[in-house]
Design a protein around this ligand. Structure first.
Ligand code: HEC
Ligand code: HEC
Ligand code: HEC
Length: 140
Protein backbone atom coordinates (compact mmCIF):
# COMPACT_ATOMS: atom_id res chain seq x y z
CA UNK A 1 0.00 0.00 0.00
CA UNK A 2 1.43 3.35 -0.96
CA UNK A 3 0.50 6.39 1.02
CA UNK A 4 -1.12 9.28 -0.71
CA UNK A 5 -0.76 12.69 0.79
CA UNK A 6 -3.83 13.95 -0.99
CA UNK A 7 -6.35 12.99 1.66
CA UNK A 8 -5.53 15.67 4.21
CA UNK A 9 -8.67 15.64 6.27
CA UNK A 10 -9.21 17.02 9.74
CA UNK A 11 -9.05 14.47 12.52
CA UNK A 12 -5.47 13.34 12.07
CA UNK A 13 -4.16 12.02 15.30
CA UNK A 14 -1.69 14.54 16.78
CA UNK A 15 1.42 12.50 15.87
CA UNK A 16 0.47 12.41 12.24
CA UNK A 17 -0.40 16.09 12.28
CA UNK A 18 3.08 16.88 13.55
CA UNK A 19 4.59 14.70 10.86
CA UNK A 20 2.53 16.45 8.23
CA UNK A 21 3.68 19.85 9.46
CA UNK A 22 7.27 18.64 9.18
CA UNK A 23 6.58 17.40 5.67
CA UNK A 24 4.97 20.69 4.67
CA UNK A 25 7.98 22.61 5.92
CA UNK A 26 10.12 20.79 3.32
CA UNK A 27 12.55 20.90 1.51
CA UNK A 28 14.30 20.51 4.87
CA UNK A 29 15.88 17.09 5.29
CA UNK A 30 13.95 14.35 7.06
CA UNK A 31 14.05 14.62 10.84
CA UNK A 32 15.99 11.99 12.74
CA UNK A 33 13.72 10.13 15.08
CA UNK A 34 13.64 6.94 17.06
CA UNK A 35 14.41 3.95 14.90
CA UNK A 36 16.01 5.86 12.03
CA UNK A 37 19.03 4.08 10.60
CA UNK A 38 22.14 6.10 9.88
CA UNK A 39 24.05 4.47 7.02
CA UNK A 40 27.63 5.57 6.72
CA UNK A 41 29.80 2.87 5.18
CA UNK A 42 30.98 5.17 2.42
CA UNK A 43 29.35 8.59 2.70
CA UNK A 44 31.88 10.38 4.90
CA UNK A 45 34.82 9.09 2.91
CA UNK A 46 33.09 10.24 -0.27
CA UNK A 47 32.46 13.71 1.17
CA UNK A 48 28.69 13.20 1.44
CA UNK A 49 26.68 13.52 4.62
CA UNK A 50 25.64 10.10 5.97
CA UNK A 51 22.38 8.68 4.63
CA UNK A 52 19.45 8.50 7.02
CA UNK A 53 16.85 5.83 6.47
CA UNK A 54 13.62 6.61 8.35
CA UNK A 55 12.58 3.07 9.15
CA UNK A 56 9.21 3.77 10.75
CA UNK A 57 8.18 6.06 7.94
CA UNK A 58 8.73 3.16 5.53
CA UNK A 59 7.44 0.41 7.80
CA UNK A 60 3.99 1.93 8.01
CA UNK A 61 3.84 2.05 4.21
CA UNK A 62 5.29 -1.30 3.14
CA UNK A 63 5.46 -4.79 4.50
CA UNK A 64 8.76 -5.98 5.94
CA UNK A 65 8.89 -8.58 3.21
CA UNK A 66 9.02 -5.99 0.41
CA UNK A 67 12.41 -4.79 1.57
CA UNK A 68 13.85 -7.61 3.64
CA UNK A 69 12.94 -10.45 1.27
CA UNK A 70 12.11 -9.09 -2.18
CA UNK A 71 14.73 -6.30 -2.24
CA UNK A 72 17.27 -8.25 -0.19
CA UNK A 73 17.97 -5.72 2.58
CA UNK A 74 19.77 -7.46 5.48
CA UNK A 75 18.32 -6.91 8.97
CA UNK A 76 21.38 -5.01 10.08
CA UNK A 77 22.25 -1.33 10.18
CA UNK A 78 25.07 -0.90 7.69
CA UNK A 79 24.80 -4.56 6.70
CA UNK A 80 24.17 -3.84 3.03
CA UNK A 81 26.74 -2.78 0.49
CA UNK A 82 24.79 0.17 -0.93
CA UNK A 83 26.31 2.41 -3.59
CA UNK A 84 24.79 5.06 -5.81
CA UNK A 85 25.47 2.97 -8.93
CA UNK A 86 23.32 0.22 -7.48
CA UNK A 87 20.62 2.69 -6.43
CA UNK A 88 20.51 4.24 -9.90
CA UNK A 89 20.37 0.70 -11.28
CA UNK A 90 17.19 0.12 -9.30
CA UNK A 91 18.62 -1.84 -6.38
CA UNK A 92 18.06 -1.09 -2.68
CA UNK A 93 16.59 2.41 -2.20
CA UNK A 94 16.51 2.74 -5.98
CA UNK A 95 13.77 0.14 -6.31
CA UNK A 96 11.37 2.87 -5.17
CA UNK A 97 13.28 6.15 -5.30
CA UNK A 98 13.09 6.29 -9.07
CA UNK A 99 10.62 9.12 -9.58
CA UNK A 100 7.82 6.59 -9.86
CA UNK A 101 7.00 5.00 -6.50
CA UNK A 102 8.89 7.74 -4.64
CA UNK A 103 10.90 10.83 -5.51
CA UNK A 104 14.07 10.13 -7.42
CA UNK A 105 17.79 10.14 -6.73
CA UNK A 106 18.44 13.76 -7.69
CA UNK A 107 17.22 14.72 -4.22
CA UNK A 108 20.59 13.99 -2.66
CA UNK A 109 19.95 15.95 0.51
CA UNK A 110 16.74 14.17 1.39
CA UNK A 111 18.73 10.97 1.98
CA UNK A 112 22.15 12.41 2.78
CA UNK A 113 20.86 14.44 5.70
CA UNK A 114 22.98 13.10 8.57
CA UNK A 115 25.49 15.05 10.57
CA UNK A 116 28.98 14.43 9.15
CA UNK A 117 31.00 11.79 11.04
CA UNK A 118 27.94 10.11 12.55
CA UNK A 119 28.74 6.42 12.44
CA UNK A 120 26.40 3.74 11.15
CA UNK A 121 23.80 3.07 13.85
CA UNK A 122 20.15 2.80 14.75
CA UNK A 123 19.05 6.09 16.26
CA UNK A 124 17.82 5.25 19.75
CA UNK A 125 17.12 8.58 21.32
CA UNK A 126 14.92 11.49 20.39
CA UNK A 127 17.34 13.80 22.19
CA UNK A 128 20.34 12.86 20.12
CA UNK A 129 21.01 15.28 17.32
CA UNK A 130 21.99 13.40 14.20
CA UNK A 131 20.98 15.98 11.67
CA UNK A 132 23.28 18.66 10.41
CA UNK A 133 22.05 22.10 11.48
CA UNK A 134 19.54 23.38 8.96
CA UNK A 135 21.04 25.87 6.58
CA UNK A 136 19.06 27.64 3.90
CA UNK A 137 19.65 26.22 0.41
CA UNK A 138 22.81 24.27 1.15
CA UNK A 139 25.03 24.15 -1.89
CA UNK A 140 26.33 20.64 -2.47
C1 HEC B 1 17.02 7.45 -1.84
C2 HEC B 1 18.14 7.83 -1.02
C3 HEC B 1 19.38 8.42 -1.65
C4 HEC B 1 19.45 9.48 -2.53
C5 HEC B 1 18.33 10.32 -3.07
C6 HEC B 1 20.85 9.67 -2.80
N1 HEC B 1 21.60 8.76 -2.12
FE1 HEC B 1 23.61 8.61 -2.17
N2 HEC B 1 23.50 6.96 -0.96
C7 HEC B 1 22.35 6.48 -0.35
C8 HEC B 1 22.69 5.39 0.52
C9 HEC B 1 21.74 4.61 1.40
C10 HEC B 1 24.09 5.22 0.41
C11 HEC B 1 25.00 4.26 1.20
C12 HEC B 1 25.53 5.09 2.36
C13 HEC B 1 26.78 4.59 3.01
O1 HEC B 1 26.94 3.38 3.18
O2 HEC B 1 27.61 5.45 3.41
C14 HEC B 1 24.57 6.23 -0.52
C15 HEC B 1 25.91 6.41 -0.87
C16 HEC B 1 26.40 7.47 -1.58
C17 HEC B 1 27.81 7.70 -1.85
C18 HEC B 1 28.97 6.80 -1.42
C19 HEC B 1 28.94 5.48 -2.18
C20 HEC B 1 29.16 5.67 -3.66
O3 HEC B 1 28.28 5.20 -4.42
O4 HEC B 1 30.14 6.30 -4.06
C21 HEC B 1 27.90 8.86 -2.56
C22 HEC B 1 29.16 9.54 -3.10
C23 HEC B 1 26.53 9.35 -2.75
N3 HEC B 1 25.65 8.48 -2.14
C24 HEC B 1 26.20 10.50 -3.44
C25 HEC B 1 24.89 10.87 -3.74
C26 HEC B 1 24.55 12.01 -4.58
C27 HEC B 1 25.55 12.96 -5.20
C28 HEC B 1 23.18 12.04 -4.66
C29 HEC B 1 22.30 12.98 -5.48
C30 HEC B 1 22.61 13.03 -6.89
C31 HEC B 1 22.68 10.94 -3.85
N4 HEC B 1 23.75 10.26 -3.31
C32 HEC B 1 21.35 10.66 -3.65
C33 HEC B 1 21.08 6.94 -0.55
C34 HEC B 1 20.73 7.98 -1.39
C1 HEC C 1 11.23 0.27 2.72
C2 HEC C 1 12.10 -0.80 3.11
C3 HEC C 1 11.95 -1.45 4.48
C4 HEC C 1 10.82 -1.94 5.08
C5 HEC C 1 9.41 -1.94 4.57
C6 HEC C 1 11.28 -2.51 6.34
N1 HEC C 1 12.62 -2.36 6.48
FE1 HEC C 1 13.75 -2.98 8.02
N2 HEC C 1 15.38 -2.07 7.23
C7 HEC C 1 15.41 -1.45 6.01
C8 HEC C 1 16.72 -0.84 5.81
C9 HEC C 1 17.14 -0.05 4.59
C10 HEC C 1 17.47 -1.11 6.96
C11 HEC C 1 18.89 -0.66 7.24
C12 HEC C 1 19.83 -1.56 6.46
C13 HEC C 1 21.20 -0.97 6.32
O1 HEC C 1 21.62 -0.14 7.14
O2 HEC C 1 21.91 -1.35 5.36
C14 HEC C 1 16.61 -1.91 7.83
C15 HEC C 1 17.00 -2.42 9.06
C16 HEC C 1 16.23 -3.27 9.83
C17 HEC C 1 16.67 -3.89 11.06
C18 HEC C 1 18.04 -3.71 11.71
C19 HEC C 1 18.12 -2.36 12.37
C20 HEC C 1 17.29 -2.28 13.62
O3 HEC C 1 16.37 -1.42 13.67
O4 HEC C 1 17.54 -3.06 14.54
C21 HEC C 1 15.63 -4.65 11.52
C22 HEC C 1 15.60 -5.50 12.77
C23 HEC C 1 14.52 -4.47 10.59
N3 HEC C 1 14.93 -3.63 9.56
C24 HEC C 1 13.28 -5.03 10.73
C25 HEC C 1 12.16 -4.71 9.94
C26 HEC C 1 10.81 -5.16 10.20
C27 HEC C 1 10.43 -6.10 11.34
C28 HEC C 1 10.01 -4.62 9.23
C29 HEC C 1 8.51 -4.72 9.06
C30 HEC C 1 7.71 -4.36 10.21
C31 HEC C 1 10.87 -3.83 8.36
N4 HEC C 1 12.17 -3.90 8.83
C32 HEC C 1 10.44 -3.13 7.25
C33 HEC C 1 14.38 -1.38 5.11
C34 HEC C 1 13.08 -1.72 5.36
C1 HEC D 1 9.70 -0.12 -1.02
C2 HEC D 1 9.90 1.24 -1.48
C3 HEC D 1 10.99 2.10 -0.85
C4 HEC D 1 12.30 1.76 -0.59
C5 HEC D 1 13.00 0.46 -0.86
C6 HEC D 1 12.91 2.94 0.00
N1 HEC D 1 11.99 3.95 0.07
FE1 HEC D 1 12.29 5.79 0.90
N2 HEC D 1 10.36 6.27 0.53
C7 HEC D 1 9.44 5.50 -0.14
C8 HEC D 1 8.19 6.24 -0.29
C9 HEC D 1 6.93 5.75 -1.00
C10 HEC D 1 8.41 7.48 0.31
C11 HEC D 1 7.41 8.64 0.38
C12 HEC D 1 7.61 9.46 -0.85
C13 HEC D 1 6.75 10.68 -0.87
O1 HEC D 1 6.30 11.15 0.19
O2 HEC D 1 6.56 11.20 -1.98
C14 HEC D 1 9.78 7.46 0.83
C15 HEC D 1 10.34 8.52 1.53
C16 HEC D 1 11.65 8.55 1.98
C17 HEC D 1 12.23 9.63 2.75
C18 HEC D 1 11.51 10.89 3.21
C19 HEC D 1 10.80 10.61 4.51
C20 HEC D 1 9.98 11.77 4.94
O3 HEC D 1 9.91 12.01 6.16
O4 HEC D 1 9.38 12.44 4.08
C21 HEC D 1 13.55 9.32 2.94
C22 HEC D 1 14.58 10.16 3.68
C23 HEC D 1 13.78 8.04 2.31
N3 HEC D 1 12.61 7.60 1.75
C24 HEC D 1 15.01 7.41 2.29
C25 HEC D 1 15.20 6.12 1.80
C26 HEC D 1 16.49 5.44 1.80
C27 HEC D 1 17.79 6.03 2.32
C28 HEC D 1 16.26 4.20 1.29
C29 HEC D 1 17.25 3.06 1.12
C30 HEC D 1 18.07 2.72 2.29
C31 HEC D 1 14.84 4.12 0.95
N4 HEC D 1 14.25 5.30 1.27
C32 HEC D 1 14.23 3.00 0.40
C33 HEC D 1 9.64 4.22 -0.59
C34 HEC D 1 10.82 3.49 -0.44
Amino acid sequence: MINSRKGRCPGWIPGLAVMLVILLLGPAPATAEYGDVVINNYSDQAGMRPAIFPHWFHRIRFRCKVCHADLGFQFKAGGNDITMLKIIDGEFCGACHNGDIAWSVENCNLCHSGKPNTSTQVHQSTLQKLLAPAKPKAKE
